[in-house]
Structure formats: structure tokens, C-alpha cells
Design a binder for this molecule. Structure first.
Ligand code: PHE
Length: 349
């Protein structure tokens, strides 16, 4: 009698210890089969009691049933504990859909884009059509047809990025140094009257500093018609300056040289930020005038090369630096800031 009840106690003790280390459903189920299943340890003991004396059979039977109930209760408790543990770790990993979302940064137009659009809006209202041209240009359009032949010292005005490839073995390719080649391209494919504004990127092989960048944007203007004079150039630019910088702005033309215009001028607008004589003015630095572009009357040889009669047609052209205009409008003192891609700079505009 003692040996069988001892055996039951031993089974119970071992089984409880094994159950405590079962960490998941599969090992709990394996434990159940081994301990309480049809060929389990305790079941074996219960089967054997048929051969015992009546007295002993009663005692062993009671003991075995008690052990069975203890183990079944322990099994349920263990199942519940494992289920709770799994739930808790799932909750720890879970997505909390009630948390506020991470804000998505909303972009905005680049300051140079904003200013380019403003410039073009004004010229469109003045009757200019906006067209674009290639950034990779032929030597012929960037220089030759603009009366800047090879070895001409005027080429020094534009330090150029050249490509190694050549077209037809003779005309080298380059990154356009200005938007003026579109004057030629447009005249070759259109008849007067012409009024076009040409925005676009230009490239110059130069050392960068606060006012020079190797990539810049320009807006080119070209107007060809009968009877166009310098007064039309000045009037157009004056109206443009007033719509850009405010009523009453004045435009000053100063003698300059570009091989494709005659006469050629530098165009300055009077300072909009001070009366014109404030040496501390951050916009004009006391000069009273803001240099904005080159311009002039289209050279008669260029009119003629386009197939137009130079006795009948005249025209003006101008080319402005968009970053230059943006710097004075937005109060930016270093042109390199525009393309440095620093969101702290860009977010100000
Ligand atoms: N293309 C000239 C430049 O880049 C500017 C210009 C354009 C001058 C049209 C005169 C007429 O400097």
C-alpha cells in the first residue's frame, strides 16, 4: 500500500515540476499526454488497482483521484498563465493607433522658382510668350551665331563647361552659359513680330563665391518688330520693375558691351529698400542702384542672319539673372544658399 501511494506522490511531484517549465501550448499538451493521457503515468497506476486488496484498493484509488484532480487543476492554471503571458507580450509590441501621427512636412516652391514665376507673370502680362530651350547647346548657338567667334576675347566673359563629344566632327557641345542662344533658335524658326521670354538654367565654369554660382537661372527677353526702339526696351523694363518692386521704380541704362547687341547696356533698378543714399542699406549698400541684367538692341547682323530685313525690323533683347533678382527681393546675401539644400534656409520663403 505504501509503495503505491509513494509512487503516486512521486508522479505528482515530478509532474508538477515538469509543468512549471512548460512555456507554450505545445509543451503543455505534451505534458498532458504523458501525465494524464490514456497511457499516462497516473492512468497506469489507476489501471493497476484492480488487482489490489479491497482495503488497499480504496485508499490507493482515493489517493490517485486526488492526485489526478490536483494535476488537472494545475494543468488549467498553467494554460491560463501561458495564455496571459502571450497576450501581455503581444500588447507590448502592438501598434497604438491612438497615438498622434508624425507630422508630414509639407513642401513649398523653391525661392528661385517663386521669383522666376513672378518675373514671367509680369512679362506674360506684357505680351511675351514663355518658351524654353536646350541646356546642352551647340557652340554655334551659344557663341558663333551671337557674333562671338572662336578666339574672340568676348568668350572670356563666359567660362564654359565643354563636352568631349562632337557633332558631325566639328561643332562642340557645351552647357549653355546664357539663355541668349534661344534668340537665334527662335528667330530661325519664327517670323516677326516676336515677343518671347525664355527662362532656364545656365552653367559657368567659375569659382563660386557669394555672388557667383556654377549653375544659375536666367530669363531672356526678345522682341522683334517694325519700329522697335530703345524706348520700348526701357519702357518694358520699367513696367516690369514697377510690377516686381513697386510703383515709382526707375530704371537706369548704362553703356556696356555684348557682341550680339548694339548698343549694349547694363540695366539697374533704383533701390526699393532705401531712399538711395543710405550707406547702411543691406539691399543696395548705399549705391542706390541694383544691377539686374544685360540688354540692348539686337545687332543688325543677327537680324539679317535670321533672314529678316534689317531695314524693316529692329528688336531688343535682355537677359537677367533670376538668383540675382531673388537675392534683392528676398534679402539673401549669398547666392550659394539657394542650392545648398538646407531646409532651414528654404523654409524661410
Ligand atoms: N546673355 C547675356 C549674359 O548672360 C545677357 C544679355 C542678354 C545681354 C541679352 C544683352 C542682351 O550675360
Amino acid at each position: 500500500m505504501t509503495s503505491t501511494t509513494d509512487r503516486i506522490a512521486e508522479i505528482e511531484r515530478d509532474a508538477l515540476a515538469a509543468l512549471a517549465s512548460a512555456e507554450d501550448d505545445a509543451s503543455i499538451e505534451a505534458w498532458r499526454t504523458r501525465v494524464l493521457g490514456r497511457s499516462g503515468e497516473l492512468t497506469g497506476v489507476l489501471r493497476g488497482i484492480g488487482g489490489l486488496e479491497a482495503e488497499e484498493r480504496k485508499a490507493v484509488g482515493a489517493e490517485a483521484n486526488r492526485a489526478k484532480q490536483v494535476l488537472e487543476a494545475a494543468l488549467e492554471a498553467r494554460r491560463e498563465a501561458v495564455r496571459r503571458a502571450a497576450l501581455a507580450s503581444a500588447e507590448a509590441d502592438a501598434l497604438d493607433v491612438t497615438l498622434p501621427g508624425r507630422p508630414v512636412g509639407i513642401g513649398r516652391l523653391h525661392p528661385v522658382t517663386q521669383v522666376r514665376r513672378k518675373i514671367l507673370d509680369v512679362f506674360e502680362r506684357l505680351g511675351f510668350q514663355v518658351i524654353e530651350g536646350p541646356e546642352v547647346e551647340l557652340d554655334e548657338y551659344n557663341f558663333g551665331a551671337l557674333r562671338i567667334p572662336e578666339h574672340h576675347p568676348a568668350r572670356d566673359m563666359w567660362d564654359t563647361f565643354w563636352f568631349d563629344e562632337e557633332v558631325d566632327g566639328k561643332t562642340p557641345l557645351l552647357l549653355r552659359t546664357h539663355t541668349s542662344p534661344m534668340q537665334i533658335r527662335h528667330m530661325q524658326s519664327h517670323e516677326p513680330p516676336i515677343r518671347v521670354a525664355v527662362p532656364g538654367k545656365c552653367y559657368r565654369y567659375e569659382a563660386t563665391d557669394a555672388t557667383h554660382e556654377w549653375m544659375l537661372e536666367q530669363v531672356e527677353l526678345l522682341a522683334i518688330d517694325e519700329g522697335i526702339s530703345m524706348a520700348n526696351l526701357k519702357g518694358t523694363l520699367e513696367e516690369w520693375a514697377r510690377q516686381m518692386f513697386g510703383p515709382g521704380r526707375k530704371v537706369m541704362l548704362r553703356n556696356s558691351y555684348f557682341p550680339f547687341v548694339e548698343p549694349g547696356v547694363e540695366v539697374a533698378v533704383d533701390c526699393f529698400a532705401c531712399p538711395g543714399d543710405d550707406p547702411a542699406c543691406s539691399v543696395c549698400r548705399g549705391s542706390g542702384w541694383l544691377e539686374m541684367m544685360g540688354a540692348g538692341m539686337v545687332h543688325p547682323e543677327i537680324i539679317e542672319a535670321a533672314g529678316y530685313d534689317p531695314e524693316r525690323y529692329t528688336g531688343f533683347a535682355a537677359g537677367m539673372g533670376v538668383e540675382r533678382v531673388a537675392m534683392v527681393m528676398l534679402g539673401v546675401s549669398d547666392i550659394r544658399d539657394f542650392h545648398a539644400n538646407d531646409p532651414r534656409f528654404l523654409a524661410q520663403f
